[in-house]
Ligand binder design. Sequence first.
Ligand SMILES: Cc1cc2nc3c(=O)[nH]c(=O)nc-3n(C[C@H](O)[C@H](O)[C@H](O)COP(=O)(O)OP(=O)(O)OC[C@H]3O[C@@H](n4cnc5c(N)ncnc54)[C@H](O)[C@@H]3O)c2cc1C
Length: 425
Amino acid sequence: MHIGIVGYGSAGQAAALLLSRDGHRVEVFERVPEPGPVGAGFLLQPVGLEVLWELGLLDPALSHGARISRLYGETARGRPVMDMRYGELDPALFGLGMQRAALFSLLDAAWQEGRVLHAGCAITALDPERAQVTDAGGRRHGPFDLLVVADGAASGLRGQVRAARMDRAYPWGAQWCLVPGQDWRWPDELRQRYVRARRMAGMLPVGSRPGDPVRRLSFFWSTPAAAFEDGEWQGEAAWRREVAEVWPEAADAVRVTTLPAGLAQARYRDTVHRRWFCGRTVLIGDAAHAMSPQLGQGVNMALLDARALRDVLRECRDVASALPLFEQRRRAHVDIYHFWSRWLTPLFQSHHDRVAGMRDIGFHPLTRIPGLRAQTLRVLTGTRRGWFGRLPLSAPFRQRLLQLATQGPAADAPRAVITPSTPAP
Ligand SMILES: Cc1cc2nc3c(=O)[nH]c(=O)nc-3n(C[C@H](O)[C@H](O)[C@H](O)COP(=O)(O)OP(=O)(O)OC[C@H]3O[C@@H](n4cnc5c(N)ncnc54)[C@H](O)[C@@H]3O)c2cc1C
């Protein structure tokens, strides 16, 4: 098929690579003239790692990323609020902290065959039935056999595919930056500190990236969205003082960051669509299901969407039957994360002091109850499907993880492993 993809973020990149490898003719439209990663770092869960493994990119990802074995959060006074270890669910499992630039480079370098990337080409309109797009210069592209819209959380195109049932900005967002990670005390943990729900500081080891061997940490500082407005910046001294009050070690790590220029800002959206497709056009990634990053699943979802789209195109005779199947399969996974991220976000980012007080008292003991603990771990690892189901990892992939877990970091040396989950047509 001739497939058009709008957006070259994680979802668009993975879709371009997977669909090209299946022999489709792929054209990508990206509005940025020099496509590159946006944002600092993120945590890849086992379900996302499985997609990289299928693409033969697991080992290079491991050689750059930082393996994470524990997610730990506490109040500024040192009271534990969350303490989760991947190994408690399955000794083979771990997360991988990565710099966005590392994942971007790996996916970008892997997509070479038949590569057609229109950079600096913003799409302003589309016709979902004809699978045709119009760019900012008024030029038409297509019609395609399939049009994939992957233009991210702030998508300006999703409404032209389907009207959203809900599309709202969260009142809170985050400031973030990358800092050098040598001497950091917790190199294999995502750690967070909370002051009620008004402040949340996070530090995630994210390893290195191609061309830069320095292993880094991604710092996350929760902020009301209004603070992003002009004139609301509190000033460098006050900002550093506040970070130090919440978490002295983190304040020390970010002392090299120039302020405010070195801080990136992110806002999140909560978007729900009744349908993710119309005619021969389909939404994937944040364009289909933007959610708060509270559960750290967005990149994983983007990778899983791309793989699911490839799989239904292999299985179905035509696009008309493939797209409903794609939505049905992915919704069963995405919806529960949408639900939990919507309900958990105010516990960690809001002015609700009383709710945060209950969180501080109750969250940790609740998640230590054996049955509930396994459920919580399932949600965190991305392997929850619906309320009680599981998204299983394939046996060979789990075996590979187990091998890595027992052999240790020496096994992380790059080695291509390409094992498609379903046969090519
Ligand atoms: C603070 C924060 C922390 C996060 N932490 C994590 C984490 O730990 N783990 C995790 O898995 N996820 C995390 N996420 C979520 C994750 O970043 C997103 O879910 C993921 O990047 C979505 O990928 P995407 O490809 O759908 O969208 P994007 O990566 O946003 O890509 C969209 C692309 O489309 C392009 N585009 C937009 N409009 C147009 C247009 N009109 N024409 C052409 N191109 C266009 C953009 O330039 C961009 O390149 C976090 C998000 C935030 C904000």
